[in-house]
Design a protein around this ligand. Sequence first.
Ligand SMILES: [Zn+2]
Length: 134
Amino acid sequence: MKMPDEVPETLIAPCGVTCLACYVHLREKKSCSGCCSLMDDKPSHCAVCTIRSCVTAHHVTFCAECEDFPCVTIKQMDRRYRDRYHVSVIENGRRRRMIGTEAFLKEEKARWTCACGGAISQHDQVCTECGKAI
Ligand SMILES: [Zn+2]
């Protein structure tokens, strides 16, 4: 799939995961429209995510805005993401807080766009268009 020109802010999750580069968003069938989308198309593990409800309970838009950040929950998730995908959701959150959501999303779009113009899946670490590994 080609990286789209317009990237809505619904494609970034409160935890720091960029849905834009998620394998569920990038697949052709039953594509998820993102954590913050109002569409009921999320995979089950995202639909029941504790971080989403935690963010709501703390009256913040995303984790890094919370006074408890980085808490045990996000630290565990960060470790999992760093180990499996070489992505730090904590660093993503700090960066988003520092430069703002719009600029952060722009950086993420560039980060996950292959030289061929395709979108790279952070979970599979390959371009969804040409199959090149990152
Ligand atoms: Zn490519």
